[in-house]
Design a protein around this ligand. Structure first.
Ligand code: IPD
Ligand code: CA
Ligand code: CA
Length: 262
């Protein structure tokens, strides 16, 4: 199974790299305010759906561009054909293909492929996490004041902007640095392999996080939600970390978010 997922992630990644820095404005559409889709997102999702349907005709597919609902029943594929569309459109080389496969609501496989840096991150539940065949593990940073964090702005959740900024400030003052690279799936992978010590973001979608969350856990890290509802697969509000200061990070965020139904 994992080889098949890697194979299709690679094929979709080839579509992304073939069009990178070579996309016309007529190939870009604004889905809603500040949210874009390109013909490349659509083409890559079509390829993934076709490949999965040919091999597993009874499986369900949930994908960003054609939709679908996560029912936590049977085999469900959760795909983001291009995570980091905004970066892609601007020629900024941080984007990827993200594919997860769940069985009865549990994520069993996660594969994330960055075709520009040729990095294939993958995990199978209980089998560890890998980057291009090499086992990966989370960072060993054990001093919160040295933590190197990643985040994403809540551009889809503008009503939360003030709260986000308050939480950002609280974390910023207690840690060493914070990056916004523009691909939540890669932020999770970078945390899994120790480049970041932790990542947090609000109001993501299931296809942004399903594969990356498993990759962090299999790399020895911790993933959780924050706020009243801690189920990050439902709220899209997530912290992934090396585990060492996970509760502290969660507490810092919850000084802002505990009363909020995210
Ligand atoms: C986006 C990226 C980004 C995150 C957004 C996501 P997309 O995914 O993961 O880092 O901040 O919330 O929507 O739209 O490029 O697939
Ligand atoms: Ca995404
Ligand atoms: Ca996407």
């Amino acid at each position: 199974m994992i080889e098949f997922i890697e194979e299709i992630a690679f094929e979709a990644g080839r579509i992304l790299s073939a069009h990178f820095r070579n996309i016309k404005s007529s190939d870009i559409k604004e889905k809603s305010k500040n949210e874009y889709v390109t013909m490349v997102d659509i083409k890559a999702e079509k390829l993934l759906r076709r490949r999965i349907q040919e091999k597993f005709p009874t499986h369900t597919i949930i994908g960003e561009e054609e939709g679908g609902i996560f029912n936590k029943h049977g085999f469900e594929w959760i795909i983001d054909p291009l995570d980091g569309t905004h970066n892609f459109m601007h020629g900024f080389p941080m984007f990827c293909v993200s594919i997860a496969l769940a069985e009865d609501g549990i994520i069993k496989y996660g594969v994330i492929y960055d075709p520009i840096h040729e990095e294939m991150f993958k995990a199978e539940k209980g089998q560890g996490a890998f980057l291009n065949k090499k086992k990966i593990s989370i960072s060993k940073t054990n001093d919160l004041s040295r933590f190197f964090l990643a985040t994403g702005y809540p551009f889809r959740a503008k009503p939360y902007l003030e709260l986000y900024l308050e939480a950002f400030k609280n974390l910023f003052l207690k840690t060493a640095g914070m990056r916004r690279a523009g691909s939540a799936a890669l932020d999770l992978c970078y945390t899994a392999c120790g480049r970041f010590d932790a990542f947090w973001e609000m109001k993501l979608k299931i296809w942004d996080i399903a594969a990356g969350a498993l990759i962090i856990e299999e790399a020895g890290g911790k993933v959780s939600g924050f706020g009243k509802n801690k189920n990050f697969m439902e709220t899209g509000c997530i912290i992934g970390s090396n585990g060492i200061f996970h509760e502290e990070l969660q507490n810092i965020l919850e000084t802002t978010f505990i009363e909020i139904d995210l």
